[in-house]
Design a protein around this ligand. Sequence first.
Ligand code: AHR
Length: 503
Amino acid sequence: MTTASVFSQEKTTKITINADEKSPVISKHIYGHFAEHLGRCIYDGFYVGDSSSIANTDGIRNDIVEALKELQIPNLRWPGGCFADTYHWKDGIGPKEDRPTIVNTWWGGVTEDNSFGTHDFLNMCELLGTEPYLSGNVGSGTVQELADWVQYTNFGGISPMSKLREENGRKEPWKVKFWGIGNEAWGCGGNMTADYYANEYRKYATFISDWENTGGLLRIASGASSDDYNWTETLMKNIPKSLLGGVALHHYSVIDWKKKGDAVTFTDAQYFRTMEEALKMEELVTKHAAIMDKYDPKKKVDLIVDEWGGWYEVEKGTNPGFLYQQNTMRDALLAGATLNIFNNHADRVRMANLAQAVNVLQAVILTDKAKMILTPTYHIMNMYKVHQDAKLLPLAFESPKYTFEGKSLPAVSVSASKDKKGSIHVSLVNIDPTKDNEVEIDITKLGIKNVSGTILTSKNLRDYNSFDEPNKIEPQIFKKFKVKKGLLKVTIPAFSVIVLEGK
Ligand code: AHR
């Protein structure tokens, strides 16, 4: 695997793909998404209400459902984020007109009428054909409240919560597997220390299932922010493994929290910084995984990057608390490179959630009243879905450099997998904004007869899909490769993402 310190000096980068039988499967859950009660993600995003003139099913936009079904999204995290630790799920069940209103204190101080609640979300997941990932309230909730939520959503027998669920119109439980025990407990989830949170976690995790975890739940601990390795170490040391299904990690590619820069009119220096932060994910997952290996050498506990993506200043004229931003080729490259990192660490990274699905941060979908557009990031997710549940093919190569003002990053990132039908997919990213890069992939041992390709690029790095020009950036057929004597030679244009298929 490439590291930032080892660069290829050759004109052509040589890549060896290892058809290693022992390599892990890339969990489809790496391709997960996130929907928070934040800005226009749920309200005026996914959910327009059943009296809307926009085509909907029980208030959920049909066009969004179709677009996300095409991506085969494996899971969707809800209701937060920071919102999760202010959310009391019982506010969001029963007749909508009887539901209390609250103030969304984290995101714009807007009034939340709770018209989108547990039934709305879990039924929406059924429409999307995706698995729900519920984020429980630890910061301002109680153990009983979370235990009740699990019983409400999952228990098929007779119980107070299943009775209540039936009264609210749902007989069969949804059987939710993924449960987050709080969110960002070190910050908006309660400003806890790692030791304090580890104890809280043990208590919550005990009462929402049992010691043997026969409830079929995957309990996920609120994880570290970026390089807070002490957080991961403390959780891994202090939480019994029988209570721990996954440990989360959040990392946003932010230039500077005080000066995040424009989403579209970024400078070359800001572009470099964003890529630097995006590629830092390699170091983060390597180091967090190494800590986990110490306490869990059999790799039973998942590393779950349940918030990642680019974060810039909001679009001018929009509510600063709504985190609405445009999405350019920079975001496509960020997504492609990050997903390559996750794929290559599939032995430990088994789930991830891009922040966020609709109208917030690095969204795959943007809406404006009845209009909807698919962002460049959407197209990356669509191109990369071939890796879902495919067997990782480990790679060895040294990347050429992308240098800016004396600092260098690896220009090329790659991951490869073999799917259940035997097709091989290689995803290649060239983040260099000015230089094409040539790679040569040795495919002699892979039994490939035919190769085809798809590329995502554009005329300008700062291009994006707008409501006036929604299809400016779209995947195109890619043919700039040659196969000769078992070597696949590819020219990866500057700032482009390519997925090759070999059969
Ligand atoms: O995704 C936006 C916010 O970023 C989430 O609510 C929070 O968990 C993180 O800080």
